[in-house]
Design a protein around this ligand. Structure first.
Ligand SMILES: NC(=O)c1ccc[n+]([C@@H]2O[C@H](COP(=O)([O-])OP(=O)(O)OC[C@H]3O[C@@H](n4cnc5c(N)ncnc54)[C@H](OP(=O)(O)O)[C@@H]3O)[C@@H](O)[C@H]2O)c1
Length: 382
């Protein structure tokens, strides 16, 4: 089965389902759904560590339009012995994020992302064996790590402490990059005031589920935009949004007017395109628009277009500001600590969409663009 990926066998698995096994032969890979997750959990500590072999997902083919399984390839990489200052990490949770579509690696290189990992060997006293750590090591099972900042998230590896009773996956969601995008984006740029109406697009996603909750903590009315009635109802019942609007509804404009009373003080925008052009027409004078992302355009093969908004921005004196969360790298812990406190007080709930199995990482990524997630998409490696 040279170079054949049985990706059609990959699916989101519960912890009792089978996972694909990678077998290397002449630099080709085979995937066989033979081993249970229990087998995966107990065996690799010995076999992978001793053999010092990492499984790595690389970009096989440049993205064109919506990502497909054909864009990715799993390869094996033999790891060398550690040098002074290095430590060997074994992935536990891997983050998949929209930015990996926007800023892909070069063909043949490892997909970028943060992961939560366990230190399994160390030549660095600051990262002792057994410690949990978050770092930017990409879609790979094992990594020889150093105490240096990653290329994209610009953060050095951090030990995870104070997680008693909490899942370490939270370091990739509410207590990590998406939590800080929500926290700094909404509070520093959206500047919501008590009684304001805050509209959030991609409200059911990793960032959006947190933005809505912070808006509620700040005494605002929160209106979430999502793709379906099912997700919308969860936004209201589980996340705490006051209203939802489905952008797939024929009555989207009308529903939006009803939910917001045509008075939007703050718009936290993660999707761009026509959805956002519509929201802008509902903004109150001096309203604030926070541009977090534009996911509706990421997979467009043609140059994305949307209705003209400049007139509305001018007439309504709107303030629009975009941001990359790395802008707040020097204040990073402020966001993490505040979100942690709200979490411990029960005012902020984490929403995570966990997909099991390293080999399922591409599926998790593709599923996120299809809106299969509710909350932050995270791959549980084992
Ligand atoms: N500025 C920053 O530093 C920063 C940091 C993190 C994330 N972001 C941005 O924030 C946004 C959300 O990121 P996330 O990690 O929280 O992802 P996410 O919202 O958890 O997942 C993506 C969601 O996008 C929605 N979506 C997909 N295609 C769409 C389309 N054509 N039109 C409208 N919605 C679509 C889907 O939800 P529905 O089912 O509701 O459509 C899907 O669940 C992205 O734009 C991302 O680039 C920016």
């Amino acid at each position: 089965m040279t170079q054949q990926f049985c990706y059609n066998q990959f699916h989101v698995m519960s912890s009792t389902q089978t996972i694909p096994k990678v077998v290397s032969a002449n630099n080709s890979l085979q995937f066989c759904p033979l081993f249970t997750l229990a087998t995966f959990r107990t065996s690799p500590k010995v076999s992978i560590k001793n053999a010092m072999t990492a499984k790595v997902i690389i970009l096989k083919r440049k993205f064109e339009g919506t990502p497909t399984l054909d864009n990715f390839k799993i390869v094996e990489e033999k790891l060398r012995p550690l040098q002074q200052g290095e430590f060997l990490v074994e992935a536990r949770y891997i983050s998949v994020d929209p930015y990996q579509r926007v800023y892909p690696p070069k063909v043949g290189q490892t997909m970028l992302s943060e992961q939560v990992a366990k230190v399994i060997e160390s030549q660095n006293n600051d990262f002792p064996v057994g410690s949990s750590v978050v770092g930017e090591w990409g879609w790979r099972t094992h990594t020889i790590a150093k105490d240096v900042a990653g290329e994209f998230c610009l953060r050095k590896p951090r030990l995870l402490t104070g997680y008693d009773g909490l899942s370490r996956s939270l370091a990739l969601s509410v207590l990590g990059m998406p939590g800080n995008a929500a926290y700094f984006g909404l509070l520093h740029m959206g500047k919501p005031m008590k009684g304001n109406t805050v509209v959030v697009s991609s409200a059911a996603g990793g960032v959006g589920t947190i933005v809505g909750q912070i808006a509620k903590i700040k005494g605002c009315k929160a209106v979430g935009i999502t793709s379906s009635v099912e997700k919308g109802e969860r936004l209201v019942k589980e996340v705490g949004y006051d209203h939802y609007v489905s952008y797939n509804s024929k009555n989207f404009e009308k529903d939006l007017s009803k939910a917001t009373k045509d008075t939007v003080h703050c718009y936290f925008d993660s999707v761009g395109g026509e959805i956002s052009s519509s929201v802008l027409t509902k903004m109150k004078k001096f309203g604030r628009v926070v541009i977090c992302g534009a996911i509706s355009t990421y997979n467009s093969k043609i140059k994305a277009t949307a209705s003209e908004v400049q007139t509305t921005v001018k007439v309504q004196h709107l303030v629009m500001e975009g941001f990359k969360v790395t802008r707040f790298k020097d204040q990073w812990d402020e966001g993490i600590q505040q979100n942690l406190q709200w979490l411990k007080e029960g005012r902020l709930k984490p929403f995570e969409h966990i997909v099991d199995g390293f080999s399922n990482t591409p599926n998790a990524f593709i599923g996120m663009f299809a809106g299969q997630n509710f909350g932050k998409t995270i791959v549980r490696v084992g």
